[in-house]
Design a binder for this molecule. Sequence first.
Ligand code: NAX
Length: 327
Amino acid sequence: MSKTPIRVAVTGAAGNIGYALLFRIASGEMLGKDQPVILQLLEIPVEGPQKALKGVAMELEDCAFPLLQDMVLTGDADVAFKDANWCLLVGSKPRGPGMERADLLKDNGKIFIGQGQAIDKVAADDARIAVVGNPCNTNVMIAAAQAKRLTADRFTAMVRLDENRGRAQLAKKAGVSINEVSDLFIYGNHSPTMFADFTHAKIGGKAAAEVIGDEAWLKNEYLPTVGKRGAAIIDARGQSSAASAANALIDHVRDLSTPGAIHSVAVKSEGRYGFNPDVWAGMPVKTTTAGSFEVIESYEMDDFAKSKIALTNYELVGERETIKDLL
Ligand code: NAX
């Protein structure tokens, strides 16, 4: 007998990341090759995006994916999140010319108030939320603040693209396969202040710092390369990362559904690793059951790592302060 379908709501579904994401969800790459899915797709309720969304749905139909049981296309959050088991919040407003970061935070924050309320009202009891739309650490905090029914641990934001970037850069420098790189976790904000913790990373089972043998490179080149990779992609492509972001979101959800998986997730810090208790910060997480995780708290940070974490925490606290009237 086939499994009960999982309802996956995706916002910003007609956008660039949506286009790189939906086909992979429907083909079973995110939740398993034997797991039927229903896609519930939200776009802003105006003609252009709704028409584009129809086009994407036509293409999904044309793929004849056996696992795709149904699709819902809507401009209404209450419809999109109805009984959803996973809510992937990708859609948000891009930063326009001359727009201040504080305005971006506030404008996008309003979207996440409405979506957080709708999710809390209509999503499934086991609903989990993954925020990608930037600034994702702060948007997830705003959405979670609306929740009366769902607990804070259901709300996560994505730093997995940063982890994947960080692993790839270490593998490239060491001239080894990506599979050799482990224990590389992202702490803090999805922004250039993030700390890609090379101090605990391993290459082929040995300390990465030892294998690389160049502390100055790790501190002065590696960290900025990982932190500013998004900007470098925009500079090269003329558009922001889409396929790699969609790929990271597939990894984020798949690993949060796979007991034993260890990966970087932005979660409510609760004071771990010295973060402000109320901010959502990237840290290492171990999936315990298909629906729950625990934070790995055992990494001892040296003074350099502590100073990096303090910096990214300072930025997260500042973002929280900017939008405090939305909480
Ligand atoms: P696009 O502008 O291509 O697509 C966004 C889509 O969201 C548009 O189709 C828009 O109509 C829709 N949208 C806007 N407001 C909405 C709302 N209230 N409800 C439903 N849909 C809405 O952007 P895309 O390249 O897909 O990127 C989406 C978001 O991901 C951006 O905020 C971007 O900054 C963020 N990113 C986050 C990353 C991460 O690692 N956390 C990396 C990639 C990406 O930069």
